[in-house]
Design a protein around this ligand. Structure first.
Ligand SMILES: NC(=O)c1ccc[n+]([C@@H]2O[C@H](COP(=O)([O-])OP(=O)(O)OC[C@H]3O[C@@H](n4cnc5c(N)ncnc54)[C@H](OP(=O)(O)O)[C@@H]3O)[C@@H](O)[C@H]2O)c1
Length: 205
């Protein structure tokens, strides 16, 4: 299988790349890193990426920014970060990528645990994650050609605890290998329109 991984050098992406590399041709993409570079917020850049890569069987998106800002300070510029990057960026990968993916192929996008649990400064992340999931589930029903679309919703990773731990009080952190397995299930499995949760249920709440 020819698998394109966007965000392949990130905390999640590098583990997913490791898990999917065995027995498959994996193509790594980053904004500045990886075998190919593209900016998911720029439709022209996304199209140019697919024109270079050519036909493929599966695409994993493990990327997309959102702003973590207290609600009282959250303004239109902050919202635009999540909308343009994590939401429309991933939408770009599917809506442009569908012209290049083989019949029976799959798209796997990323949301996050904040689609179902709420934290201080997390309103934008919650809204954007739900938008990603809503897009993927509706598009999965309509896309046709046997193409599947799923979303992975990871908890905060153990590997990200140092960076994000203060934002996620009571979250233990989920092992990156558990998260990578969810991506593997989506890419190599048969289901579509699913949101796979990769969580560690050892919450303090
Ligand atoms: N880490 C967590 O605990 C966690 C938990 C739940 C959900 N998530 C979600 O999972 C996704 C990935 O998170 P992460 O922590 O793995 O991210 P990360 O470590 O910051 O890595 C981001 C990756 O995306 C690439 N990238 C950044 N901006 C891009 C753009 N505009 N166009 C194309 N590629 C771009 C980066 O490439 P360069 O290095 O070349 O810039 C890098 O490979 C995010 O949507 C995040 O919200 C993360």
């Amino acid at each position: 299988m020819k698998i394109v991984i966007v965000g392949a050098t990130g905390t999640i992406g590098k583990r997913v790349t490791e898990f999917l590399s065995e027995g498959h041709e994996v193509i790594t993409v980053g904004k500045r890193t990886g075998q190919y570079q593209a900016d998911i917020t720029d439709a022209k850049s996304v199209r140019a990426l697919f024109e270079k890569i050519g036909k493929f069987d599966a695409l994993v998106s493990a990327t997309g920014d959102v702003a973590f800002v207290p609600f009282k300070d959250l303004n239109a510029d902050h919202w635009e970060i999540g909308i343009r990057s994590k939401f429309l960026g991933q939408v770009n990968l599917v809506t442009i990528g569908k012209e290049f993916i083989n019949d029976g192929g799959s798209f796997t996008l990323t949301s996050g645990v904040l689609s179902e649990t709420f934290i201080a400064a997390g309103t934008s992340a919650t809204a954007i994650n739900r938008a990603v999931e809503g897009f993927a589930q509706a598009a999965a029903a309509e896309i046709g050609r046997g193409i599947r679309i799923n979303v992975i919703s990871p908890d905060m990773l153990e590997d990200s605890k140092e960076a994000y731990g203060d934002f996620f009080p009571g979250h233990y952190g989920v092992a990156s290998c558990k998260v990578a397995q969810a991506y593997k299930k989506s890419v190599l499995g048969i289901e579509t329109g699913k949101v796979y949760k990769a969580v560690n249920n050892d919450y303090a709440n």
